[in-house]
Design a binder for this molecule. Structure first.
Ligand SMILES: *Cc1c(COP(=O)(O)O)cnc(C)c1O
Length: 363
């Protein structure tokens, strides 16, 4: 059997070019060759959103996306700060869990995972508590595929003078991010999602002024972002994943940047949504426009278990993704990140049609 295509939200199916980059020369991270690689990664990350070339810095850490989020939350929310977390899924709740373990004051504005948070509720919480110092949110909540309205939330943060810390792990490099307008103090993401690198390196793009505003709030040595600002890496960096990241960033830029990547994801996702609708399989969220470009969640068709669907598709060369938590068994998810084509999506639709109990063909 050939390697299945990955339709999970990262790690992704690699391009040959990124895979080849893994084979770069062995390096010591205290030598100038490593400095050049690090500089290439940092400059490339800031160039994804050119606005960040001024006043922001990119910090790379050997971790998965969660490691970058935890470093961001731990370091940039000061020990005596107070955060408002907006949560409508696994990843929003995970940020609240981090604050709890870090023993930092916080309040959570939560809503049902299938829902979009109410801006009015967030505004009321901000108005009610003048002691708040930071707002934390998730851009693309991968639990359902919802792209949260961070433009509106960011505007609110800006009006209240509160810095916004954003988990953009599954949106960085494929969705719009407006750093100034949304008052983004920092954004956390990873190499192995929309950038199409390999797992092992994650990063935070943060405002330089955010580091100057307060001492580090970190209660961890390894996840203290302030340490990563030094010219030389504080700990052994993930050199091979960084080779792949540098190449993936170059490929991303050559292909037209985040706009083109988002458009490509969206075209593939719409092809799958339309094909599945014809087979009677419905998207899960209230509106097709609620989804981020990179992932769509679908209702499990009656009479079919997730495992049966997963195993059938895996045998035909596709790995799909299950629902998490309460959505386990109720939904399945299809990401369109990575090296995928519309021909692949046609084959996927044909394979799904084979396994549906009674395909309801609609004109
Ligand atoms: C994937 C993802 C993460 C990080 O997950 P890891 O397993 O640590 O890579 C965090 N937030 C969001 C929104 C994600 O999609």
């Amino acid at each position: 059997m050939t390697t299945p295509l990955l339709l999970n939200p990262g790690p992704v199916t690699l391009t040959a070019r990124v895979r080849a980059a893994l084979n770069g020369p062995d390096l010591c991270h205290r030598e100038p060759e490593f400095q050049a690689l690090l500089a290439r990664c940092k400059a490339g990350l800031l160039a994804v959103y050119p606005e960040t070339r001024q006043g922001y810095e990119a910090l790379l850490i050997a971790a998965s996306g969660t490691g970058a989020v935890e470093a961001m939350v731990g370091s940039l929310v000061p020990a005596d700060g107070k955060a408002l977390v907006v949560a409508n899924g696994v990843y929003g709740e995970r940020m609240a869990a981090m604050l709890k373990l870090q023993r930092k004051a916080h309040t959570v504005v939560a809503c049902a995972w299938e829902a979009c948070f109410e801006l009015a509720a967030v505004e009321a919480a901000l108005d009610a508590d003048p002691g708040l110092t930071h707002v934390l949110a998730v851009h693309h909540e991968t639990t359902t595929g919802r792209l949260n309205p961070i433009g509106a939330l960011g505007g609110l943060c800006k009006r209240h003078g509160l810095p916004l810390l954003l988990d953009a792990v599954s949106s960085f490099a494929s969705e719009e991010l407006r750093f100034e307008d949304w008052n983004l103090a920092a954004v956390a993401a990873t190499a192995n999602k929309c950038l199409h690198g390999v797992p092992g390196v994650a990063f935070v793009v943060a405002r330089t002024a955010a580091f100057e505003a307060a001492p580090s709030g970190a209660s961890s040595v390894y996840l203290d972002l302030y340490r990563y600002r030094a010219a030389s890496p504080p700990f052994t960096p993930p050199i091979q994943p960084m080779y792949a990241l540098a190449e993936a960033i170059a490929e991303h830029a050559e292909a037209g940047g985040w706009e083109a990547r988002g458009a490509r994801y969206r075209a593939l996702a719409q092809q799958v949504q339309a094909g599945l609708a014809r087979l009677g399989v419905r998207d899960f969220l209230d509106a097709p426009t609620a989804y981020a470009a990179s992932l769509t969640s679908y209702r499990m068709p009656a009479g079919l278990t997730y495992d049966a669907l997963h195993d059938h598709l895996k045998a035909r060369g596709f790995v799909i993704y299950a629902g998490q938590g309460a959505f386990s068994g109720q939904i399945f998810r299809i990401a369109t990140m990575g090296e995928l084509s519309s021909v692949d999506m046609d084959r996927l639709l044909a394979a799904i049609a084979e396994v549906l109990p009674r395909p309801v063909l609609q004109p």
